[in-house]
Design a protein around this ligand. Structure first.
Ligand code: GLA
Length: 733
């Protein structure tokens, strides 16, 4: 039993294999947070709570005499508003009478087998008995607002998911101005915040900052989780490293506007609140109405960041990704984008495909520019007819030739967008998010369709359903190349416009849900100008996401490094592109580009015909190497052996098989030294007693030797050299 509810004392404890989470519904019905950390067995931790008469921290109604009891100082599971807790809160609202307070008190707690679902939203799922759900119901008696806190306890995975369902059981409308998913009130600290910021072409760069008594906010108001902030945060104890120390993560299963806020209170407790952003948000709950606040995945490790990442990786792999592709080797692909951009005809594509096939590539992906009037990015989105004039053949002829070559065929689409010079826009100008009387802002010369409207989603569904049903398409790259502005839905009344961005996400998720269910065999890769929507929400539908539009191998090391804190390598689309690189102009060896791309779902994105014969031979070898490596990426554990942000000389990472029989270590030299010092790496996670053969010097060492003494590499000089070392368990010295 992973959930224990003591109805007499009100104590509720959640147990996973290595962690415990404890809360307590007190006699007032306030639900306290007591603990989240390493397993504590059956202990009752109420004795650790600290009560003091804190000046200017008010007492809730009925507790006038108990000056040391204040919602302002107690650690809680979810907060109301306007009743004496002045820290960042979970709720802001206006009741039917305009009053803005909500005093949430305990109603009931029940444990049910299996995993809860959320209406309209992606969420973790449990195929078997790996999860138990706690439903904890709170209520504000005046407005009749109930908040059901949902906890999914994945005991073996050491993850606790949380979400909240808000329901109006009263008689009048309640307007929600903020409705967070979860609050985590950690009684003791200190904690540091690790978050992942960035920009287009440099996503998910880790930054570690101390938490302080101000409010620190990670947010996106872009209508997508964004390049700039990722909906994932880690709180780490100050001395936590990759291999040791306490840390916990909060990852939203949500791809739209979000906020993760942290604050250290006057009592030195730390509060983290996560959910849909309250910027430009409101939601009217009519009597009987419901609002679902998206899921947050909480995970705790007392063995450092590496273990935290490993737990997230396993969890996303098993419980978030639904596609049958999740455990399967992904085809090595060639994408024509950086080879041709939009300047191609069928012959060019076939030439690229044939050359790629000859070198061992398994799938051709036709990127942007195959439809409508689209010779550049100023037109065409929305008119999804194959452009026979430009390509010089029919769609099926194009695909047919590729298939005859023995390759799978994949296709780029960007369903959420429309250009104004298209037939779709002419027919339905009101389908775009624009504000009457105001010229809209554009991004990449395109507007965003209002996916909050069911008829728009239905239209896109039948269009892309037909595309997939009628043509032999094995893979879809689902792109989204601008952020939302002019967020105004023509079908919502003025007072409900604050719902438009959330409704957009509901529409997007329903579209993805329908198409991925109808075509489970199709491999969907997410994309938003590279990694602008790289999150656990999208991973529910797309088992891989194009990690960044920056394909420069040296930048990619940093991007993939940051991404790996939360997301498994097999979810990161990663390609070998041309040198000099198109984004940075930097030249790197083909071997280095391949070593870096092999830390994700591997492919090529360049004109292979332009390679020398020797390079073509290298490509053949790289594909064979990747095939050997791929099982490690899908099932193995990924270790960041160096800090790609602060270690300027070289970067190293390792993949290890679950049974520790094999590992692969990759090292890329960023800054070769004159009069060089040794490049030395210590491996991780090998069986200390076992003997391993390492491919670099063909020597045999014990796992203990490789992990403690490590490996010294030969001198590596020149521009960005890289090595890949295979470590195999062996019987003899
Ligand atoms: C985005 C993607 C690229 C490419 C282009 C096509 O930028 O990230 O990989 O598909 O769109 O327009």
């Amino acid at each position: 039993m992973s959930i224990r509810i003591d109805h007499e004392t009100g104590l509720i404890t959640l147990h996973t294999l290595h962690t415990s989470y404890q809360m307590w519904a007190d006699g007032q019905g306030v639900v306290h947070h007591l603990y989240y950390g390493p397993a504590i067995g059956g202990s009752d931790l109420r004795g650790l709570e600290f009560y003091s008469d804190c000046g200017f921290s008010p007492q809730p109604a009925g507790m006038d005499r108990q000056r040391d009891y204040s919602l302002d100082t107690l650690c809680q599971e979810y907060t109301g508003s306007g009743v004496g807790d002045y820290r960042i809160g979970c709720l802001r609202l206006a009741g039917p009478d305009g009053s803005r307070a909500a005093d949430l008190r305990f109603v009931s707690a029940e444990a049910v087998p299996g995993k809860y679902t959320l209406p309209g939203l992606p969420a973790a799922c449990a195929e078997d008995d790996t999860c138990e759900t706690l439903r904890l119901k709170l209520r504000d008696a005046v407005h009749g607002l109930t908040v059901t806190l949902l906890y999914g306890v994945f005991a073996r995975a050491d993850v606790i998911t949380r979400a909240a369902l808000l329901e109006n059981e009263g008689n009048g409308p309640i307007r929600l101005d903020k409705a967070a998913s979860a609050c985590l009130d950690l009684p003791f600290g200190p904690w540091e915040l690790i978050h992942f910021h960035g920009r287009h072409c440099m996503e998910r760069q880790p930054e570690r900052v101390p938490l302080s008594h101000n409010i620190q906010t990670l947010r996106s108001a872009r209508g997508a989780s964004s390049h700039q902030h990722n909906p994932f945060a880690i709180l780490a104890a100050p001395h936590t490293t990759e291999e040791a120390g306490e840390c916990l993560g909060a990852m939203l299963v949500w791809s739209g506007n979000f906020k993760i806020e942290c604050e250290v209170s006057q009592m030195q407790s730390t509060r983290l609140v996560a959910g849909v952003s309250d910027d430009d948000f409101s939601w009217t709950l009519e009597p009987g109405g419901q609002f679902a606040a998206p899921e947050v995945l909480f995970c705790y490790s007392d063995q450092g960041l590496s273990e935290l990442s490993a737990r997230y990786h396993r969890f996303l792999q098993r419980h978030i990704i639904r596609s049958p592709w999740r455990d399967k080797p992904r085809p090595v692909l060639i994408n024509n984008w950086e080879a041709t951009y939009m300047d191609f005809d069928a012959q060019r594509i076939w030439d690229i495909a044939r050359q790629a096939r000859d070198l061992g590539v398994e799938m051709l992906v036709l990127d942007d520019g195959w439809f409508g009037e689209r010779s550049d990015d100023s037109s065409g989105l929305g008119d999804w007819q194959f452009n026979e004039k430009k390509l010089g053949c029919t769609f099926d002829q194009l695909i047919g030739r590729v298939r005859e070559m023995g390759l799978l065929f994949g296709l780029w689409i960007e369903p959420e967008m429309v250009c104004t010079n298209t037939a779709l826009y002419a027919a339905h100008p009101d389908w775009a998010l624009t504000i009457p009387g105001r010229a809209p802002a554009t991004g990449r010369s395109q507007l965003v369709l209002d996916l909050g409207r069911p008829e728009v989603v239905d239209y896109l569904y039948s269009l892309f359903h037909r595309l997939l049903a009628e043509h032999d398409i094995a893979y879809i790259k689902w792109d989204m190349n601008r952020n939302l502005t002019d967020v105004y839905s023509r079908v919502l009344p003025p007072e409900r416009q604050g719902e438009a961005a959330y409704r957009y996400m509901l529409g997007l998720y329903s579209l993805l849900d329908r198409l991925t269910r109808d075509f489970p065999q199709v491999l969907f890769e997410g994309c938003a100008g590279g990694g602008g929507r790289f999150d656990a929400g999208m991973l529910c539908y797309c088992p891989q996401i194009w990690c960044s539009d920056d394909t420069d191998a040296i930048h990619r090391i940093k991007i993939q490094y940051g991404t790996s804190f939360g997301y498994p390598p097999c979810t990161m689309g990663s390609h070998v592109s041309a040198s000099p690189n198109h984004q940075t102009g930097r030249s790197t060896p083909l071997s280095t580009r391949a070593v870096v791309a092999m830390a994700g779902t591997f492919g090529y994105e360049l004109d292979l015909q332009k390679l020398t014969d020797a390079e073509k031979e290298m490509v053949k070898v790289q594909i064979a190497q990747y095939k050997q490596l791929q099982p490690l990426l899908l099932e193995g554990r990924c270790e960041r052996l160096t800090d790609a942000v602060t270690d300027t000389c070289f970067t190293a990472w390792q993949f290890t098989a679950p049974d520790r029989s094999r590992a692969a270590v990759s090292v890329v030299v960023i800054d070769p030294q004159a009069n060089p010092w040794p490049i030395h790496v210590r491996l991780r996670g090998l069986d200390p007693q076992a003997l391993y053969h390492e491919s670099l010097t063909e020597r045999v060492y014990t796992g203990a030797a490789l992990c403690h003494a490590g490996l010294t590499l030969p001198i590596l000089q020149g521009d960005f050299p890289a090595v890949q070392i295979m470590i195999e368990r062996t019987e003899s010295l």
